[in-house]
Ligand binder design. Structure first.
Ligand code: BG6
Length: 256
């Protein structure tokens, strides 16, 4: 539209797409750190983008977070959405109920007149529990649906902010600080070079599952998330569509 051209948003989208080497970038105006409705705009933009191709999709895996919760708020049904199944991307990683993936997929399914599955697996499993959980038939079924998801929608967090939100133990906080972790996505913590500093052990999507055949939509905005977005994007699949806001985009472009 004309407004987007006047504001140079189209140009920024192309610059950022080049810079991060992703398939597509969509930028909404504002800074969601300062203005809460900007997060709603991110949610709307994601809902619209999802609709463009959910005709050809079956299973959509979704992470938790306040940004994903806004995506859920913006969904609406159409002919193609009824056959969709929404699944949480990973086992519940310590979030307030309204920001948990299980809650969000239920809401998405309700809004899109689709189906959903939940995955009630506790936060941060120990090695043995992790192994036995994966053998549990009910969990196995959901895991196999998660693995065959053809669209993945997720948020990104600032590493230390996420670690604190998850009430991580002091030794883990130390590991993240020592490793200079800046970004977090899917329970993986990354440093500025995109190297994994720490990984939360849980069932569901692992980094290797983010193959280029799957459409991945990343939704994260706010100036404070620029570093986190850059770190995660170093290893993101080429099929990624990044939906962000102007403040994060400017910071990413200027501080490259
Ligand atoms: C969490 C996800 O639920 O939300 C994280 O497990 C993600 O992977 C985070 O980084 C993003 O949260 P928000 O509230 O900033 O959208």
């Amino acid at each position: 539209g004309i407004m987007r051209e006047v504001m140079g948003i189209d140009i920024m989208e192309r610059q950022l797409q080049e810079l991060l080497q992703v398939d597509e970038v969509i930028i909404v105006s504002g800074n969601c750190d300062e203005t809460p409705w900007v997060k709603k705009e991110l949610g709307k933009a994601c809902a619209n983008r999802m609709k463009l191709e959910w005709n050809s999709k079956n299973i959509i895996a979704v992470t938790g977070g306040s940004t994903m919760a806004e995506v859920a708020n913006s969904l609406s049904p159409d002919e193609a959405s009824k056959k969709l199944i929404f699944v949480p991307a990973r086992g519940g990683i310590g979030e307030a109920v309204q920001n948990q993936a299980n809650t969000i997929v239920e809401k998405m399914a309700q809004k899109a007149h689709a189906s959903y599955r939940v995955l009630y697996v506790p936060d941060q499993l120990s090695g043995e529990v992790y192994a036995s959980f994966q053998k549990e038939p009910a969990i196995k079924e959901v895991i196999s649906q998660i693995k065959s998801a053809d669209m993945i929608i997720h948020g990104i967090g600032d590493a230390m902010a996420m670690a604190e939100r998850r009430n991580s133990p002091p030794e883990m906080l130390k590991k993240l600080l020592d490793g200079n972790a800046v970004g977090e996505a899917f329970g993986y913590y990354y440093d500025e070079n995109g190297q994994v500093v720490h990984k939360v052990l849980t069932v569901g999507i692992q980094l290797d599952d983010l193959s280029p055949e799957k459409r991945v939509i990343t939704v994260a905005g706010g100036k404070t998330k620029a570093k986190a977005i850059r770190s995660y994007m170093k290893g993101a699949p080429s099929s990624t569509v990044l939906i962000t806001d102007e403040a994060a985009a400017l910071e990413l472009i200027q501080g490259n």
